[in-house]
Design a protein around this ligand. Structure first.
Ligand code: ATP
Length: 235
């Protein structure tokens, strides 16, 4: 469904991605793990059209996305939940969700999806009129995921959803990620430093080091891989 083919990406003269190739099949949960600065967020930015590749291709349902605008990429069915959540702090929960549906004109569909996100995260229904900035970190992450779902994506890109959250909340968020994938067949590309949790929810995983993919395999194999255990699982 989504494919990165031999991508090189740069910030000015700094090369952030080197010959990166990743395949995400329809209905899969794929994770990309790696240390700080490995290039994980840049990979997501490349998919979203924010950092266009200098070499290689991003393909979505067979269409080349390299020169497609970020707005159009959302319309085609790819939504990102950015690192640090980046909700709108001065808008209410409801208004944040409305922003997620900004490009849609199917009112009935939007209302159905609103019911769906309130079903996934009942706390957001309770906090509907509260300002986004006054929510807890976990609630803001729930809101950021819900806002992305309001665009009704075919592929949901998640950038470190566990960042800065307590273990109990992290488990809750990862359970919901599995539920979203299972119930609405949404394809998920999950970028994480929390390799242990990410490899437990995803089907396949990629390991990134210094802008390169160094390993790819089924998650159970990566969890059993000695190099992964040592570098990312603290075992
Ligand atoms: P983290 O987990 O810390 O977010 P990451 O794996 O997502 O790290 P990236 O944010 O993609 O890594 O960064 C990859 C490289 O690109 C790093 O060397 C980083 O310093 C550099 N980089 C990222 N954003 C920019 C930018 N806007 N301008 C210049 N260099 C950047």
């Amino acid at each position: 469904m989504l494919e990165l083919k031999n991508i090189d990406a740069f910030y000015g003269n700094i090369q952030a991605l080197r010959d990166v190739s990743i395949k995400v099949g329809e209905g899969e949960i794929i994770t990309l793990i790696g240390a700080n600065g490995a290039g994980k967020s840049t990979t997501l930015m490349t998919i979203c059209g924010m950092v266009p590749p200098r070499k290689g291709e991003v393909l979505f349902e067979g269409r080349v996305l390299n020169d497609v605008s970020p707005e159009k990429i959302v319309q085609l069915g790819i939504s990102q939940v950015p690192e640090g959540r980046l909700i709108f702090p001065d808008l209410t929960v409801q208004e944040n969700l409305d922003m997620g549906a900004f490009l849609r004109s199917d009112k009935d569909g939007v209302n159905r999806d609103l019911d769906q996100v309130f079903g996934l995260f009942p706390i957001l229904l309770e906090r509907r009129k509260q300002l986004g900035g006054t929510l807890s970190g976990g609630e803001q992450q729930m809101l950021a995921i819900s806002r992305a779902l309001m665009a009704r994506p075919k592929v949901l890109l998640l950038d470190e959803p566990s960042l800065g959250l307590a273990p109990l909340i992290i488990r809750q968020i990862f359970d919901i990620i599995k539920q979203i994938n299972r119930e609405s067949n949404t394809t998920i590309f999950l970028v994480e430093q929390n390799a242990n949790q990410a490899l437990k929810v995803a089907h396949r995983g990629y390991v990134m080091e210094n802008g390169r993919i160094t390993l790819e395999d089924a998650c159970d194999k990566l969890l059993a891989n000695d190099a992964v255990k040592k570098a990312y699982l603290g075992l």
